[in-house]
Design a binder for this molecule. Structure first.
Ligand SMILES: C[S@@+](CC[C@H](N)C(=O)[O-])C[C@H]1O[C@@H](n2cnc3c(N)ncnc32)[C@H](O)[C@@H]1O
Length: 449
């Protein structure tokens, strides 16, 4: 039996779906961050969960040929990325294999082919949305960053190499101004302080940047002067929103919002259409890969002008609006009210008249809907879809489905539900999140005869 702080020596046999190295010693399984297949190391046990040990590398003896010198100086401490030290081609292969294993183990499909992961030419500085919690350092100066792996201890992140590089100066300026205006970051333990998170969204195609302050209390002291000074020092910011979250929760955004400056949203372009993105609306985080993702997904549907497409879990309407020129009409279903409203405005802005927007739960809608649906694009959140939605697909005998997912395990679970009635045409992983173990997957399905 191993104990916390004990040191074991072992070889990495595989990587877990979260990108941790797997080491087996007798009957014990140890997950180790930053250890890659074939590498040999001394590992210090840090914590134990459900009889599985979690450790960190103490000393490396044998290095993988895929290990690289990381660009990020804090990657072994920060909980944001798992693969800063793994060569990019090996990251892409890990993702292909993660999807393959999920389909094999969870959907019980053996003879499947998973395409090579669609990667980026330059896999850094891609994130258009960066959110960081705030805290105080030893000298009571405001810091911002990421939580140390599996803890709530904040690590200062000065230069995050997966974040859009326009965000760095803004985060720095906010921290300095908070110190000079005596605005305290929120302290979870004491439940006191003002600013909990800062969220920055950047546009890829326009010079537009949104800053969202997630605050514990509305209208904090010196707010106007603080905002004016921030705008003076960072004139590139085009809108500022205050989001009020006074609940004792890990959920970042609260429900109430107030525009402090500008329009309250930014615009961006994907596949030649313009989109309005507000603070709480979902928008894909990697703009270059999003174009590839959407084009591959829409091509897989092979739409024609007679067909009605259902775009379920549609966010601000992106995929449906882009697909609308290839089919008769689109029904776009989204639960989040502000994303739904953004979708309607996006259709107007792009002069598109054949997309109908429904603000409802996707399962509730499909279950009751009496329209003829010829094709379906579904892109649910990480937890996947549910039986009600999947059964409604089967009952309605929808001919063609493209399922987009950021979680291969829930995707495979849902495909397992559909597989008696549907054949898989193709499975394509797309790397929307370089340097991390996350992967987006597009699956094409067709109704069996
Ligand atoms: C992964 S995002 C995809 C958004 C969009 N397809 C895109 O590419 O930007 C999932 C979306 O599903 C929405 N959503 C979550 N649960 C839902 C539900 N039960 N019914 C409808 N939409 C839901 C979320 O608000 C979010 O906008």
């Amino acid at each position: 039996m191993l104990s916390i702080k004990s040191i074991v020596h072992g070889t990495c046999l595989d990587l877990s779906s979260e990108g941790k190295g797997i080491v087996k010693i007798n009957n014990d399984v140890i997950f180790c961050d930053g250890l890659f297949i074939g590498e040999e190391a001394d590992i210090e046990i840090e914590y134990i969960r459900s009889k599985v040990y979690y450790g960190k590398i103490k000393k490396l003896y044998k290095l993988s040929k895929d290990r690289i010198q990381p660009l990020c100086k804090i990657c072994t401490a920060c909980g944001g990325c798992q693969f800063q030290q793994l060569a990019y081609p090996a990251q892409l292969e890990f993702k292909r294999n993660r999807v393959y294993q999920a389909f094999k183990k969870i959907a019980h499909l053996d003879n499947i082919i998973v395409d090579n992961t669609v990667g980026m030419d330059s896999p850094y500085y891609y994130r258009n949305k960066v959110q960081m919690p705030l805290g105080l350092d030893k000298n009571n100066k405001v810091i911002y960053g990421m939580y140390r792996n599996k803890t709530h201890k904040l690590i200062q992140v000065d230069n995050c190499n997966i974040a859009n590089n326009k965000t760095e100066k803004i985060f720095k300026t906010i921290a300095i101004l908070m110190d000079s205006f005596h605005i305290l970051p929120y302290d979870e333990d004491k439940r006191s302080g003002i600013i909990r998170h800062v969220l920055i969204k950047t546009s890829n195609c326009y010079d537009e940047i949104m800053v969202v302050f997630v605050v514990n209390v509305e209208n904090f002291k010196s707010q106007r002067n603080f905002i004016n000074e921030l705008l003076k020092q960072c004139p590139e910011i085009t809108t500022i929103v205050e989001n009020i979250n006074s609940r004792d929760t890990n959920v970042i955004l609260g429900e109430k919002e107030k525009i402090l400056y500008g329009k309250g949203y930014i615009k961006d372009e994907i596949c030649d259409l313009k989109f309005k993105i507000s603070a709480s609306s979902f928008f894909q985080v990697n703009p270059l890969q999003t174009e590839k993702l959407y084009n591959i997904a829409i091509n897989k549907l092979n739409l024609n002008k007679e067909e009605t497409l259902l775009d379920a879990y549609s966010g601000v309407g992106t995929i449906g609006l882009i697909a609308s020129k290839y089919c008769k009409n689109v029904i776009s279903v989204e639960l989040n009210k502000s994303a739904h409203i953004d979708g309607i405005k996006n259709a107007k802005e792009n002069n598109i008249n054949n997309v109908y927007f429904v603000n409802n739960d996707a399962s509730e809608y499909l279950y009751k809907d009496s329209n003829q649906i010829d094709a379906l694009i579904m892109d649910p959140p990480r937890k996947g879809s549910n039986e009600k939605f999947l059964q409604a697909i089967i009952d309605k005998k929808i001919k063609k489905i493209v399922y987009i997912s950021c979680n291969p395990e829930t995707l495979a679970r849902d495909v397992n539900y559909l597989k008696t009635y549907y054949d898989i045409l193709s499975i394509t992983p797309v790397d929307m999140f370089p340097m991390t173990s996350h992967v987006e997957t597009i699956v094409g399905l067709i109704l069996k005869n």
